[in-house]
Design a protein around this ligand. Structure first.
Ligand code: ADP
Ligand code: MG
Length: 258
């Protein structure tokens, strides 16, 4: 057994993380630590392994090599995964928001938010509703509590998805391109909620192409390419003086697109 240790004080610690799909090596040795209250923005070309990296951090994908420690659990170590029961409690501590919202279409906004707390945190309907209404206020959707998801804009749906994740009282939030499916005019309202969370001290890992958000909010920017982290650093360094030519050309491609 390799003696790989989590960094002390880190809330997420990743060592030698490897993941393949068949012959396709998607993560090829990732080492990274996230400290409590840090906001880490992950950037890199399509197919570089960003989503897989995030999914390995909450057990949606099983890494076959290396180790992931998160919120005090060893999620995976050399291919051995936490038992299912512990995995469920870990997922309560690690919230995830996807590009495609994934709201329950047959439930109202409020019911989308109260379902998890009632089932998994054992809250009464009344208590879950009180908490849901507080969260809806936080994401600016108090007036949509009884609406059905289909009646909402993409930006509103994504804010509900964030509120739903927060209802589990997570210690870490993972965002996988949360604004990529939105019309441009709706991106800002979602980023604003994420900025609020960051300012409240939420630990966050965010895959995004929103470089303005990264510059303003990230403590650390991680650049992935070909299944590895090619560099990481402050937004200032990554955006103005990256060490890697591949970072430079990726940023040029993203910035010339808009
Ligand atoms: P990114 O989010 O940076 O675009 P992904 O992590 O989604 O990258 O994908 C990295 C690589 O892994 C891609 O080549 C993709 O086709 C492959 N991949 C991702 N998920 C799966 C899967 N479930 N089965 C097979 N291949 C996958
Ligand atoms: Mg992706």
């Amino acid at each position: 057994m390799m003696s790989i240790q989590a960094a002390s004080g880190a809330i997420i610690s990743i060592r030698g993380l490897r993941k393949s799909f068949g012959p396709n090596v998607v993560l090829n040795g990732i080492d990274f630590d996230v400290m409590p209250q840090q906001v880490v923005v992950v950037i890199g070309p399509s197919g570089s392994g960003k989503s897989t990296f995030l999914r390995c951090c909450n057990g949606l994908e099983k890494a076959e090599g290396g180790r992931v420690d998160i919120c005090g659990h060893t999620l995976v170590n050399e291919g051995r995964m936490l038992p299912e029961a512990d995995l469920n409690s870990l997922r309560e501590e690690v919230g995830m928001v996807f590009q495609s919202f994934n709201l329950f279409p047959h439930l109202s906004v409020r019911e989308n938010i109260t379902l998890g707390p009632r089932k998994l945190r054992g809250l009464s309907r009344a208590q879950a509703q009180i908490e849901a209404d507080e969260l809806l206020k936080k994401v600016g959707l108090t007036d949509k509590a009884d609406a059905m998801p289909a009646s909402l804009s993409g930006g509103q749906k994504q804010r509900v998805a964030i509120a739903r994740a927060l209802a589990m009282k997570p210690r870490v939030m993972l965002f996988d391109e949360p604004t990529s499916a939105l019309d441009p005019e709706l991106v800002g309202e979602v980023l604003q909620v994420m900025k609020l969370l960051a300012s409240e001290g939420m630990t966050m890992m965010v895959v995004t192409h929103e470089m303005g958000f990264a510059k303003e909010v990230a403590d650390v920017v991680v650049v992935m390419d070909g299944g590895v982290i090619i560099e990481s650093g402050s937004p200032q360094t990554i955006f103005t003086n990256p060490a890697q030519e591949r970072t430079r050309s990726f940023l040029q491609a993203v910035l010339s697109r808009g």
